[in-house]
Write a new protein. Structure first.
Length: 106
């Protein structure tokens, strides 16, 4: 669990179970047009040890794959690297949109 492991006791497990009951499908899979059972209750915005964010922050349900890959990449980079059908990044925070002349779709 790492440095925040002490927060993930019985109270957290109850909150996580409730999240998975109200949102049983992986949110990222659904957005990609797939139906996959969720197995992880994930903080939408990382709590980084802030106790209020941990207990009151918005949760989302994810499958293990998306929690351990896609979500981790987004948190590390600060943007989602996904590319749309038009070949442009979907996330407006992607670095290509902050470069001079970047992000100008022609």
């Amino acid at each position: 669990m790492g440095r925040w492991g002490h927060l993930y006791g019985e109270r957290w497990r109850k909150r996580a179970r409730y999240q998975l009951q109200i949102e049983p499908l992986c949110r990222m899979c659904v957005s990609e047009g797939r139906i996959t059972s969720a197995s992880v209750a994930d903080h939408v915005i990382p709590h980084k040890g802030d106790i209020n964010s941990f207990w009151l922050g918005e949760l989302q349900s994810l499958c293990t794959f998306h929690h351990n890959s896609t979500k981790k990449i987004i948190e590390q980079r600060g943007y989602d690297p996904a590319i749309g059908a038009d070949g442009w990044p979907l996330d407006p925070r992607h670095p290509c949109y902050s470069r001079p002349g970047g992000g100008l779709k022609k």
